[in-house]
Design a protein around this ligand. Sequence first.
Ligand SMILES: Nc1ncnc2c1ncn2[C@@H]1O[C@H](COP(=O)(O)OP(=O)(O)O)[C@@H](O)[C@H]1O
Ligand SMILES: [Mg+2]
Length: 324
Amino acid sequence: MKNIVEVENLTKYYKKFRALNSVSFSVEEGEIFGFLGPNGAGKSTTVRILNTLLLPTSGRVFMAGHDLGKEPYEVKARIGLVPEISNPYLELSCYENLLFTGRLFGMKNRDIRSEIDNLLDFFELESKRNVKAEFLSKGLRRRLTIAMGLINRPKLLFLDEPVSGLDIQSARLIKRLIREANEKGTTIFITTHQLNVANDLCDRIAIIQDGEIKALDSPDRLKKAAKQSQAVEIHLDKLKDVDIKELKSLKTVERVDVNKGKAKLFTEHPEILYPLLISWAEKNNIRIEIMNTLSPTLEDVFIEITGKGFKKGPEGQKKRHKKV
Ligand SMILES: Nc1ncnc2c1ncn2[C@@H]1O[C@H](COP(=O)(O)OP(=O)(O)O)[C@@H](O)[C@H]1O
Ligand SMILES: [Mg+2]
């Protein structure tokens, strides 16, 4: 596989604050690559550097065969960026927005027009061709913005939080369109804090936190490698009366979560735990109504790797930074 992006030891300081710490990764041509991390992790900083909107403090980036530091314009012509906030000109129609974007890239009118026809058709926006962006719903506006990002037929498209804030239906359609655009040959780089987006769309995911890549692999392999996240879930007829400490003390159990009549016992060895649970229940005269093995979710992986959920904001990071 050829790499379309190669990032080597990228470091970025904002004054004395280190937002990226020697980040290295590569994106393979043809894949959907996800950049996943909590707020303040350094996702936007990375994407802005890759899109020549921000200079790194140090490090090198090769994209589409060019050194970003030396040939930024060669790179820029081969990539597209869909920012987090949809940004079509509200007073322009769908057609005019696409035309304008094509002209910004210096494309020929004839090429722009045929590309516009393709994109309006592909994004199911044909009936909105002459409708001003102002009158489009949020989901339609998002589709138009992604279409604008594809007008110059980029080899690589950056999508910042592509479906965040959209209703379920629009989000589903946009995910399908992203997949189809990828199948037609565009490499996609998605930035997201939404685990389900990364899980549903991405061939590989980099988990970034505090300006460092903590893990990089396919969603399935990340889940397989997650140690603590296998669990046995039991539904008990009288969980209230159960001494949770006893469950915790069973062999191989690492942690127990109790919630509404269900207990989730985290273990690396469900097969060892099963018979122990059964004899524990018999001894205590408790009936186990349901017993399931739960496979790890991407959220489990994320919590295991970062030690926390998605609540952490930039303030938390700054405090930590000072202590170091
Ligand atoms: N222009 C800036 N000046 C100072 N600090 C910044 C600036 N932009 C971002 N940061 C800080 O750098 C860190 C990474 O930010 P960012 O790349 O926007 O994270 P993400 O996109 O993952 O939420 C955060 O702690 C943020 O507060
Ligand atoms: Mg961001």
